[in-house]
Design a binder for this molecule. Sequence first.
Ligand SMILES: *Cc1c(COP(=O)(O)O)cnc(C)c1O
Length: 222
Amino acid sequence: MTIAENITHLHQKLDPQGVKLVAVSKFHPVEKLAEAYAAGQRIFGESRVQELLAKRPLMPDDVQWHFIGHLQTNKVRQLVGNVSLIESIDSERLLDAIDAESQRKGIVTRILMQVHVAQEETKFGFSPEELLDYFRSRKFESLKATHICGLMGMATNTDDNDRIRQDFTTISRLYHEILNLCPDIRGFDTISMGMSDDHDLAIECGSNMVRIGTDIFGNREY
Ligand SMILES: *Cc1c(COP(=O)(O)O)cnc(C)c1O
């Protein structure tokens, strides 16, 4: 199938369910992004700051860029102002750096808090307990130019569907617990979970944003 067909198919499936599609275009050339754009795709996900900044001026202005990779504090200055959503906030220090830079630029940056639930040592993110503490103590109220729009998470990389379902359910429950703790929090409406292999399960578990790369663009050449 072509990239355009993949995009059309995914939108036919996801749009009626109210699930947003992030086309994960990391490591793919801008020609492929243009094909997806021509088929109607507007949200693109990148995991490296330099790559996002290189592609951004080559694509139309109405593209919404999502940053989905591990973000180093020393790259915050370059990224803030150039993305519509940073999905991968994995520390309070990073969040504070983004808030400071957003204030300096006079803009509001939208972010998701990344939750770590997968059974892997190397994954980034807050533990569920850390996130509950963060919201219970209402630390988000000190943010002046950053809007927390929800959670992003990944399931364990395994063929075991029960395990995957368990991870997605944990993230979904956590999201609702946070809403219960802070019923007055505004615009906290996004659960970003699910990739090429597991997005159907993720949606069953409550995801309303999926990040799909391989199923759209094919395998990445690193
Ligand atoms: C690369 C990546 C994806 C896309 O993975 P696919 O299996 O190619 O769909 C989704 N989310 C994150 C955070 C990624 O880094």
